[in-house]
Design a protein around this ligand. Structure first.
Ligand code: PAF
Length: 284
C-alpha cells in the first residue's frame, strides 16, 4: 500500500531506512492532478529504482500574482490511485507552510537559461522552480529524478542547476506524451472548453509543420519560427506569447539550426496558456 506523507521529517525517516536497506530511490516531482504524462515518468522511475517517491505539491512561489495558483486543479485521491497502480511507494504531499515556514527567505536563482521563453514571460517562475526542486532534492536525496520534456526549458534549467551546484542526482528526461490527436498532455488542458480544446490542436500542428521544414533541410531558425507563428495566428482563439528557437542547453536565441535546438512555444487558447515544443539535433 502506498504511503501518503505530509511531513518532511517523516519522509526523511522513511527514505533513510530505504537507504540503510540498500535501495535506490527515484523522485518524480509533480504539482499533482496526474495524467498519463506523469504516469510515464512514474513508470520509468519504477523501472529504474527500488523505491519511488512522487511529490505532489502546488508550489506557490513559482506562480506570478496574476496566474492560476488558486484554481490550479487538485485531486489527491485520484493521484494516490494512479501512483499506487503505477507501483510508486510514497507520495510526499506537504502543506505550503511545511515547505515555506515562517521567515522563509532563501531562494535558488539562475541567470542565463532563465532569461528567455517562460523566464521572460513569467518573471520569478524559475526562481520558484529551482528553489522547490532544490528543497525536494535535499529532503528526498534521490539517486535519480524524472522530468518531462514538455517543460523543456525547466529541464535545461534543472540540468544546469544540478551541474552548477554539484547536486548528486541523475536527471532523467522523459518524452512528451500526447493525446491521439496530438495535444500534449497537461493538467491545464482541463481548463479548455470543447471549442478551445479543438483550437488547441494548433500547437501540435505548428510543431509538425516546423519539424517538416527542418526535415526538408531548412536551417534558418527565423524562417521556421515565422511559418509556425503564421500558422498559429490563423487560429482565432489562439494568442501567441512566444514562439522561439534557442540552443537547448543555454536557452539562448540562435539564427542557424545546428546541434541541439529547442523550438518552444507558449500560446494562449482563450485564457489558458499552453506550452509545447520540439527538439532537433542537427550534426552536419
Ligand atoms: O513541472 C512541474 O510540475 C513543476 O514545475 C515542478 C518541477 C514539480 C516544481 O514545482
Amino acid at each position: 500500500m502506498i504511503q501518503v506523507v505530509h511531513e518532511i521529517t517523516k519522509v526523511r525517516e522513511i527514505v533513510e531506512q530505504w537507504r540503510q536497506d540498500g535501495y535506490t530511490v527515484g523522485l518524480v516531482p509533480t504539482m499533482g492532478f496526474l495524467h498519463a504524462g506523469h504516469k510515464s515518468l512514474i513508470d520509468r522511475a519504477v523501472s529504474d529504482n527500488d523505491r519511488v517517491v512522487v511529490s505532489v505539491f502546488v508550489n506557490p512561489i513559482q506562480f506570478g500574482p496574476n496566474e492560476d495558483l488558486a484554481r490550479y486543479p487538485r485531486d489527491l485521491e485520484a493521484d494516490t490511485r494512479l501512483c499506487q497502480d503505477s507501483g510508486a511507494h510514497l507520495i510526499f504531499n506537504p502543506a505550503p507552510e511545511e515547505m515555506y515556514a515562517d521567515g522563509f527567505c532563501s531562494f535558488v536563482d539562475m541567470i542565463g537559461p532563465t532569461s528567455e521563453l517562460c523566464g521572460k514571460s513569467r518573471p520569478g517562475h524559475f526562481r520558484g522552480v529551482c528553489t522547490v526542486v532544490n528543497k525536494l532534492f535535499n529532503i528526498v536525496r534521490p539517486d535519480r529524478a524524472y522530468f518531462g520534456q514538455k517543460d523543456a526549458q525547466q529541464l535545461a534549467v534543472i540540468h544546469r542547476m544540478v551541474t552548477d551546484l554539484n547536486i548528486p542526482v541523475e536527471i532523467v528526461p522523459c518524452p512528451i506524451i500526447r493525446e491521439n490527436d496530438g495535444l500534449a498532455l497537461s493538467s491545464r488542458n482541463t481548463y479548455l472548453s470543447t471549442e478551445e480544446r479543438q483550437a488547441a490542436l494548433v500547437l501540435s500542428k505548428a510543431i509538425r509543420l516546423g519539424q517538416q521544414l527542418v526535415a526538408d533541410g531548412q536551417r534558418n531558425a527565423h524562417k521556421v519560427v515565422e511559418v509556425m507563428k503564421r500558422y498559429i495566428e490563423a487560429e482565432p482563439l489562439a494568442k501567441i506569447d512566444y514562439v522561439e528557437a534557442v540552443d537547448f542547453r543555454s536557452i539562448q536565441k540562435i539564427d542557424t539550426i545546428r546541434h541541439e535546438v529547442l523550438f518552444a512555444m507558449a500560446v494562449y487558447i482563450g485564457k489558458t496558456r499552453l506550452i509545447d515544443n520540439f527538439i532537433v539535433n542537427i550534426d552536419e
